[in-house]
Design a protein around this ligand. Structure first.
Ligand code: MTE
Ligand code: CO
Length: 424
């Protein structure tokens, strides 16, 4: 096929839009000239495709090569203690493929064989225990879908609109189906009689990497829904997500989801480690700091259109879509505004919200081809409504970093491009 005859995707879509509007495909073709994609025999229809031995483990097709994690060079001094971002602007549905799910390491992703893996439970327990990977596989398993959001997600946006893309402003999040053993099961195996009254006890969890990323978790949460997980989305955890075993702490800040978990100590007090004092702590407007902020409050973002996912068609039908989540439970409603929060329309949830998991929303709308100040606002089952940036700053001031769950604004221009902006 000569290049001149190659149809643009846009022309093809014009044809399908015409068909949807009630014109026959032939009518559309008459209007635009013959459509070579329909009238010519294409290369792919006359040759054999790849055999079943070509790709023992499949990767995305080359045309999707831009759907990848990205980091922001100036954010961190080096890439071993750093972060990259999930390409949420290019994904749909709710499950994040492991291969493009954000990574956050404090001392790099380590390589640990299952055979070399050990998990110790010690401290105020009846019998200190050490489990091998094979031991963990013999306890009853559970499956749950949960989001994991780094407390630093959206953290660069406190002082003003900063990074131009949903991937960078909101991409420190992923949502996977985990398979694992409940932490309750393992703690009961070690026995908690020795701990006495459990209501004021803690567990201190640490990883096998150089940073150890030690965190204290109140016993109430540890006995509730925390998982010691070894599979994500059906397959082994990827190295960067904690292979072979990580902790899953539903609804709570990502920092507590200790990867390569090697030790769980039952303690009488919180350890007050680096990760829960000087880091992951919220500065308030009056200059004091809040001691603990574990639960991730309700939040949402429009993933498309957005700066990396501009509108590529003219006025008319437009699908606005995004993600909503809450660490307090299920998302019950998401509203979308096209005018910077003056008026709101209720979006359609793809499925009823699930506790501590991402919810996909859609607003199937008509675009008039004019400027939009696109926003989304999430509500969860507790009645909590996602705050505006101004409301959050009233409490937290301008110098905060972590736990920024404010409403995001994209300025969508008549040419379809979008930009990260702030509205007052
Ligand atoms: N666990 C260990 N052992 N080391 C780490 O550096 N980073 C934490 C947490 N668990 C970290 C860790 C942080 S800050 C986050 S947000 C999550 O892991 C990120 O998990 P992910 O890399 O699978 O996305
Ligand atoms: Co984090």
């Amino acid at each position: 096929m000569s290049d001149m005859l190659k149809p643009s995707r846009r022309a093809f879509l014009r044809g399908s839009a015409a068909a949807a509007a009630g014109l026959t495909a032939a009518g559309a073709a008459r209007a635009n000239g013959p459509d070579p994609l329909i009238t010519e025999v294409q290369d792919w229809a006359v040759v054999f495709g790849d055999g079943v031995d070509a790709t023992p483990y499949g990767l995305p097709i080359q045309y999707e090569s831009d759907v990848v994690r990205r980091n922001v060079e100036w954010l961190t001094a080096d890439t071993t203690s750093s972060i990259n971002f999930t390409p949420i602007h290019a994904l749909d549905g709710t499950i994040t493929p492991q291969g493009c799910a954000f990574e956050r390491h404090h001392s790099g992703a380590i390589e640990l064989r299952k055979e070399d893996y050990r998990l110790m439970i010690n401290g105020l327990v009846d019998t200190p225990l050490v489990f091998s990977y094979a031991d963990l596989e013999r306890f009853p398993r559970e499956n749950h879908v949960y989001f994991c959001e780094c407390a630093a997600n959206t953290g660069m946006e406190w002082a003003g609109a900063q990074l131009n893309g949903a991937q960078f402003t909101h991409g420190m999040i992923h949502n996977m189906e985990y398979t694992g053993v409940s932490l309750r099961t393992l703690l009961n195996e070690a026995g908690l009689e020795a701990a006495g009254d459990l209501s004021d006890k803690w567990v201190y969890v640490e990883g096998a990497d150089a940073s150890s990323n030690g965190r204290s978790i109140p016993m109430e949460k540890a006995l509730d829904d925390v998982l010691v997980a070894f599979k994500a989305n059906g397959e082994a955890l990827r190295k960067e997500h904690g292979y072979p075993v990580r902790l899953v702490v539903p609804g709570w800040e990502g920092n507590m989801w200790v990867k390569w978990i090697r030790r769980i100590e039952v303690t009488a007090n919180a350890v007050e480690s680096r990760e829960e004092t000087s880091k992951y702590t919220d500065t308030l407007a009056d200059g004091t700091s809040r001691k603990w902020t574990w639960v991730m409050d309700a939040k949402s973002v429009v993933t498309s259109p957005s700066p990396q996912a501009p509108i590529t068609h003219g006025a008319g039908p437009l699908v606005i879509t995004g993600l909503a989540w809450s660490g307090h439970g299920a998302i019950t409603r998401v509203d979308v505004s096209k005018d910077g929060g003056k008026t709101w329309e209720t979006a359609r949830l793809a499925k009823p919200g699930e506790k501590m998991a991402l919810t996909r929303f859609y607003l199937d709308t008509e675009w008039n081809g004019e400027d939009m100040l696109l926003q989304s606002r999430a509500m969860d089952e507790t009645g909590y409504v996602q705050p505006t940036k101004a409301q959050l700053r009233d409490v937290r001031g301008y110098n905060s970093i972590y736990h920024n769950n404010c409403i995001q604004t994209w300025h969508v221009k008549p040419n379809g491009e979008a930009e990260n902006v702030e509205v007052s």
